[in-house]
Design a protein around this ligand. Structure first.
Ligand code: MN
Length: 338
């Protein structure tokens, strides 16, 4: 297989540098913390678990984690291979005991929650990511903005170490690939994504079952929250924005966590008039988490960055305080800027 187009984003020799770092920690036998970003999605968790499964077979003492307590895995990802090995941040080795931290799909330390303290303590960090907004942290960086998913980079790293894809590793990689490419429908889907998918299917990935679980399964509570959101759907014609929100009370009454409103943006952005879609989700601390999507020309990553968040041109997010009306007004102002 030829090297994928996105690999030109990496420093020459980046995989060799990563391999040397991993060789060194294997020789020392020190534990390796593999961290998905907080509120993990399929790419972050699938990538972290694929690396955990592969690197532990290669002889590393890897511990997969997410830097938040309690550690909550979205229902759609709860059956991923290796998920039973996840440890909450409080159960991990201390920074002075850890040999390496591997971060997966996190654009900056602020996306790592309680794992950021390993970086502050000077634990060597290997960074796998595909966000153009990456802050440049870490010692060895495998950061390729043109990769459709971080799992593509994880797959190449495993390949560089000659670690084969068994069914479990392939399943974790496939979940990241199919979610971050929107079932191979987003613009970021290219030949390398399709070729990796083919290779993973050859390894026995149960793709139809995974797709049904990831995209076509919702709890009744989620559907009722969606009904609330659709009731108050609003269109701002001047900037082709369709937006809505779920209140803190509605989420609390449903007895559900934030992950129950994660996929809502995919319904909202399907509005035919929407160039930009925005969903404001109730954060546990009383503030809001904004999800932004754009259809073809608006760079919502820039909008999110201006609001203190980040992301990609077509999909981004930010945190904000205030009323939904105030936050929408800020987004509209940014969208009006030339
Ligand atoms: Mn990703």
């Amino acid at each position: 297989m030829t090297s994928p187009a996105w690999s030109a984003d990496l420093d020459p020799g980046a995989f060799e540098a990563a391999a040397a770092l991993l060789e060194d920690v294997r020789r020392r036998g020190a534990p390796v913390v593999v961290a998905a970003h907080v509120s993990p999605d399929g790419d972050a968790l699938g990538g972290a678990l694929a690396l955990h499964l592969g690197l532990s077979r290669w002889g590393l003492a890897t511990i997969p984690t997410v830097g938040e307590a309690p550690l909550k895995v979205p229902a759609a990802l709860a059956e991923l291979p290796g998920v039973e090995d996840l440890l909450p941040p409080g159960a991990l080795p201390r920074p002075d005991e850890a040999g390496l931290v591997i971060t997966v799909d996190a654009a900056g330390p602020d996306r790592l929650g309680r794992i950021a303290r390993y970086l502050e303590a000077g634990v060597p960090a290997l960074v796998l990511d595909h966000h153009a907004s990456s802050t440049g942290f870490g010692d060895v960086r495998l950061v390729a903005p043109r990769a459709a998913a971080t799992v593509q980079i994880a797959a190449e790293l495993l390949r560089a170490l000659k670690i084969g894809f068994d069914r479990d590793i392939a399943t974790c990689l496939y979940v990241g690939l199919v979610t971050d490419t929107g079932r191979f429908g987003f613009e970021n889907t290219d030949r390398s994504a399709m070729e990796l998918a083919g290779e993973l299917l050859d390894a026995g990935v149960p793709h139809a079952e995974l797709t049904a679980r990831l995209f076509d399964t919702r709890s009744l509570g989620e559907l009722r929250l969606l009904a609330h959101a659709l009731q108050r759907l609003t269109f701002v014609p001047g900037v082709a924005l369709v937006h809505t929100h779920i209140t803190h009370a509605e989420l609390a009454d449903a007895g559900l966590g934030l992950e129950a409103v994660e996929a809502m943006i995919d319904v909202v952005r399907s509005a035919d008039v929407a160039e930009v879609a925005l969903v404001l989700k109730p954060a546990p601390d009383g503030t809001w988490k904004g999800s932004l999507r754009s259809r073809r020309c608006v760079d919502v990553g820039a909008v999110a960055t201006a609001l203190g968040g980040g992301g990609h041109a077509r999909a981004a997010g930010f945190d904000a305080a205030g009323t939904p009306e105030e936050i929408v007004a800020r987004v509209v102002t940014l969208l009006r800027e030339p």
